[in-house]
Ligand binder design. Structure first.
Ligand code: TXA
Ligand code: MG
Length: 320
């Protein structure tokens, strides 16, 4: 089967189908954002509650003006600096976007992704694409065609193969409640990079439980989790604490003594946080398949992408 048939992907989307698409952050589960039925399919396939809004993807800034009532100056600065790219802006939505897309919220998350296949796909579509990450709700986000195929292959009509995601972490989400630039999700663009452009930003702390009603329903703490319990902390401490367990380990830069080589993945021997971010989710997918009792992971350097990796690991972990 041709795994990069853009014509076929377009046809299916026009027919109201839901397909897997590559982006530079993670793979998305995409459908026509103007078609309520298609949106319902996305929620159903993902097993995602209707209270968790979707991001709408398009390919030009011009198009964004048909989706949002306005783009505040600071949002425009970020858009010009980072689009196409791993930035999602929460903007006041126009009525053309069905309420189901935004879970009834007055704002819509908008992103122009930077992946050649998906950008080409969108050039000839008369509608934008609503797309959450293409994982079953609560599981680790997919960064390859194979991840989507394994998890949702029997539930989607087609998956476009765009190779492994370049960034490997979801987009950074920025909103402007009361004109205050606010980070809703740390992501592939660091808080430092955002602040360099628009000054101080606040960060909406994560909710403690998934059952508490909140403004950003998807931003619950338990997320991105592998099925094997994940414990995060200093590796020597974890090795001592769980010495009676069969351990699979994630390492930043070097081999961990005391864990079999087949049961550990080194993310970046040269200690590149970018490289580590790119392979983080793929490594968790792989470690999750080993049938170990637990997965252990270290705390990464608290700077730039290291903060983002730490945040994702914390949310996926069992102990926190
Ligand atoms: O990198 C990404 O952003 C990927 C790719 C496919 O673009 N998409 C993605 O979508 O991560 P998803 O649905 O897995 O995560 C989107 C997050 C959710 O936590 C959702 O609650 C939040 O964005 N969100 C979306 N629209 C929102 C809105 N209007 N207000 C507040 N939060 C919103
Ligand atoms: Mg997601």
């Amino acid at each position: 089967m041709n795994r990069s048939d853009i014509q076929k992907a377009r046809l299916l989307l026009r027919q109201g189908e839901v397909i897997g698409i590559p982006t530079e952050t993670v793979y998305g589960l995409a459908g026509n954002a103007y078609d309520e039925q298609a949106i319902r399919k996305i929620f159903a396939i993902k097993g995602r509650p209707l209270t968790s809004p979707l991001i709408v993807h398009t390919h030009t800034l011009d198009y964004v003006y048909s989706l949002a009532k306005e783009i505040p100056p600071q949002a425009l600065t970020l858009a010009k600096a980072f689009w196409p790219g791993p930035l999602t802006l929460l903007l006041e939505k126009k009525p053309t976007i069905p309420d189901i897309v935004t879970a009834g919220l007055p704002t819509v998350g908008i992103r122009i992704p930077n992946h050649p296949l998906t950008r080409t796909l969108m050039t000839d579509l008369s509608f934008p694409l609503a797309a959450p990450s293409a994982n079953p709700f609560g599981y680790i986000s997919p960064t390859t065609y194979e991840h989507v195929e394994e998890q949702l292959g029997d539930r989607v009509s087609y998956i476009l193969d765009g190779g492994p995601a370049q960034k490997g972490l979801e987009s950074t989400i920025v909103g402007f409640p009361n004109n205050i630039p606010t980070l809703y999700r740390l992501g592939s663009i660091t808080q430092e990079a955002i602040q360099d452009l628009i000054g101080p930003t606040s960060y909406m702390a994560l909710a403690k439980t998934s059952s508490t009603p909140q403004l950003t329903p998807g931003r619950t703490k338990k997320h991105y989790s592998p099925r094997t319990p994940l414990h995060v902390g200093p590796i020597p401490t974890l090795l001592t604490k769980y010495s009676a367990h069969r351990i699979a380990a994630l390492s930043f830069d070097k081999l961990i003594e005391g864990v079999g080589q087949s049961h550990q993945i080194i993310l970046s021997p040269k200690r590149s946080l970018q490289q580590a971010a790119r392979s983080l989710f793929a490594a968790l997918h792989q470690l999750d398949k080993l049938g170990a009792d637990i997965i252990i992971a270290p705390i990464f350097p608290a700077q730039g992408l290291g903060n983002v990796i730490n945040e994702r690991l914390q949310r996926a972990s069992t102990t926190s």
